[in-house]
Design a protein around this ligand. Structure first.
Ligand code: ZN
Length: 347
C-alpha cells in the first residue's frame, strides 16, 4: 500500500479532450503518453464535469491505481479563470455556453469526485512542468518565465519552484503587456489589436489569433502573389503559415520574425522584473523542423535585452512535451499543495 499512498492525479481540460496522468510520491509519472477522453466542454458545465470524472476513472484503470491511493487532483483548464478555478464572467473561447460564466469548475470537480482539487490555468500548469522537467531536484531554488504560443499567448512565472498566481489569479499574463512598436512594425503596418481590447501587446503578434487578425492580412498586402492569398479563408491560410515558415518562405519568415521579436520584448520585461534563471518558449512554433525552431529561438534571444551579468547566466529553452505539460504541471502543483512540501521531479 505504501507506494500508492500518495499519488496525485493530473487532469488537463482542453477544448476537445481531457488528458490525464498520475504522479507518484517519488516524482515519477506513471504514464509516458497521452491518456485522452472527450472533454465535451461545449455541452456545458454539467456534462463537462462528468467528462472529467470519467477521465479520472480511466487514468486509475490504465495505471492500475486504487482510488484510495489518491491524495488529490491537479486540474488545469484554458483561461481566463481565477486562481481559485472560477471561469471568467466575460466568457472564454473554450467555454462558450453561457452557463460557464462564473462557473467554479474547481469546486464542482472536487464535489463530483470527492477529493481535494488544486486548480491552475493551462499556461501556468505547462510552465510549472517545464520548470520541474528542466531543473529536477534544483527546481525549488530556481525561477523561470514561460510564453506559450497557441490560439492566444499563454504566460507563466515560476519563482522558487512555485507558480506566481497573484491576488486575482492573473499573474504571469505577459501576453497582454504592451510592447514598444519601434523597429517591430513594418512600413504602413497598423498597430495590431488583441482580443483583450488592447493594441500592440504581445498576444496581438505572437498567437494564431494575431496571425489571423493582424499579421497575415498585412503581409499579404506586401506579398499579393503569395500562394496563401488564394486560400479559402484567412483562418485556413493562417494554419498553413508555419509550414511555409519551415520551408523558408520569405513572407512566413517575416510573420514569425515579428512574433519572435514580440516574445523577446516581453522577456525583456521579465528580465527587469523577476530576472529568471531560464526563459521558456512553447507551442507549435518551436515544435517544428529543427532549423526553423532554432532560428525562431535565436531571434527571441537576440530581441531579449539582457544586462551583461544576466547574459552570462541565462538560458533559453523550449517547453518540453507540450501536449502532456498541462496534466503533468497540474499534478505537480497539486502534489506541492497537498503534501505541504515541495516535490522534486525524478530526472
Ligand atoms: Zn491582449
Amino acid at each position: 500500500m505504501d507506494q500508492w499512498e500518495q499519488v496525485v492525479v493530473g487532469l488537463d481540460n482542453g477544448g476537445t479532450a481531457n488528458n490525464a496522468t498520475v504522479l507518484d510520491s517519488d516524482g515519477r509519472f506513471l504514464v509516458e503518453k497521452m491518456v485522452e477522453t472527450p472533454s465535451r466542454v461545449r455541452e456545458g458545465p454539467a456534462v463537462a464535469v462528468q467528462a472529467l470524472a470519467e477521465s479520472f476513472e480511466q487514468i486509475l484503470q490504465v495505471t492500475g491505481t486504487p482510488r484510495e491511493a489518491v491524495l488529490g487532483i491537479g486540474l488545469d483548464t484554458p483561461g481566463p479563470a481565477s486562481a481559485a478555478g472560477v471561469i471568467s464572467f466575460r466568457g472564454a473561447v473554450n467555454f462558450s455556453d453561457p452557463e460557464w460564466r462564473g462557473f467554479d469548475i474547481r469546486s464542482a470537480v472536487e464535489t463530483r469526485i470527492g477529493l481535494p482539487v488544486v486548480y491552475n490555468n493551462d499556461a501556468n500548469a505547462a510552465s510549472l512542468y517545464a520548470h520541474h522537467a528542466h531543473f529536477g531536484a534544483d527546481a525549488p531554488h530556481r525561477s523561470s518565465v514561460s510564453l506559450i504560443v497557441g490560439t492566444g499567448l499563454g504566460g507563466g512565472v515560476v519563482e522558487a519552484g512555485q507558480v506566481v498566481r497573484g491576488a486575482a489569479g492573473m499573474a504571469g499574463e505577459l501576453g497582454h503587456i504592451r510592447i514598444p512598436m519601434e523597429g517591430l512594425l513594418a512600413e504602413g503596418q497598423p498597430v495590431p489589436a488583441c482580443n483583450c481590447g488592447l493594441s500592440g501587446d504581445g498576444e496581438s503578434f505572437a498567437s494564431l489569433s494575431g496571425i489571423i487578425g493582424n499579421l497575415l492580412p498585412y503581409w499579404l498586402t506586401r506579398y499579393p502573389d503569395h500562394e496563401l492569398a488564394r486560400a479559402e479563408s484567412i483562418r485556413q491560410a493562417a494554419k498553413l503559415v508555419r509550414g511555409f515558415g519551415e520551408a523558408g518562405d520569405p513572407m512566413a519568415r517575416e510573420i514569425f520574425r515579428q512574433q519572435a521579436i514580440a516574445i523577446g520584448r516581453l522577456f525583456t520585461v521579465a528580465a527587469n522584473f523577476t530576472d529568471p534563471d531560464i526563459y521558456f518558449v512553447g507551442g507549435g512554433v518551436v515544435e517544428a523542423a529543427p532549423e526553423f525552431r532554432d532560428w525562431f529561438l535565436d531571434t527571441v534571444r537576440e530581441n531579449t535585452d539582457l544586462r551583461t551579468e544576466q547574459a552570462s547566466v541565462e538560458t533559453f529553452a523550449i517547453v518540453p512535451d507540450l501536449d502532456m505539460a498541462g496534466a503533468r504541471g497540474a499534478a505537480i502543483a497539486a502534489s506541492d499543495a497537498l503534501r505541504g512540501g515541495r516535490l522534486s521531479m525524478a530526472t
